[in-house]
Design a protein around this ligand. Structure first.
Ligand code: NI
Length: 181
């Protein structure tokens, strides 16, 4: 099943998400459907709040970046109850987009490396360091679980300049090549 993607302006994107338990019904199916939804929208990451579920789950599919970074080749993972507990001092800028803000792209500054604890789809624990493009997409998706979107990380001036564009999302004035709601 392909889910419609929740667009900026919805409360779902602003609510912090709740931890997942192994009892969560049909989790494997949900994760499968999230990968289908992400592929259909041609994105690299999708967080559960973006399909209307405020649970601490996101997926990453870095395969479109496989030519740029070897480690991204065939890199498809699900992350449950993640906790970023360390970040590098070094930061860089990267032009980000978001399926929940169709058509908007802005340079966002973030740490270049992170350490994160998380569970995979089998509820196995991991503690891993990420850098490069994976660190970038993981931090973006992690923000969604906290009720944040990438425009929150822009300067107040930049956000002011984008104000009418952001309001247009809430009014339904945007174009997307995938199903939205
Ligand atoms: Ni996003």
């Amino acid at each position: 099943m392909i889910y419609p993607i929740v667009v900026f302006g919805s409360e779902t994107l602003r609510k912090p998400s709740a931890a997942l338990t192994p009892e969560y019904p049909e989790l494997k199916k949900l994760i499968e459907d999230m990968f289908l939804t992400l592929a259909e929208a041609e994105g690299v990451g999708l967080a559960a709040p973006q399909i209307g579920k405020n649970i601490r789950l996101f997926i990453v599919d870095c395969t479109p970046w496989g030519d740029e970074e070897e480690v991204c080749r065939d890199y498809k993972r699900a992350f449950i109850n993640p906790e970023i507990y360390a970040v590098s001092e070094e930061t860089d800028l990267f032009n980000e987009g978001c399926l929940s803000l169709p058509g908007l792209h802005e340079d966002v500054r973030r740490p270049v490396a992170i350490r994160m604890r998380y569970l995979d789809e089998n509820f196995e624990e991991h503690d891993e360091e990420f850098d490069g493009l994976r660190a970038r997409v993981i931090q973006h998706e992690y923000d969604h679980l906290e009720g944040k979107v990438f425009t929150d990380r822009l300067s107040p001036l930049r956000r002011q300049l984008l104000k009418s564009k952001l309001l247009n999302f809430a009014k339904g004035k945007y174009r997307a090549a995938y199903k939205t709601k």
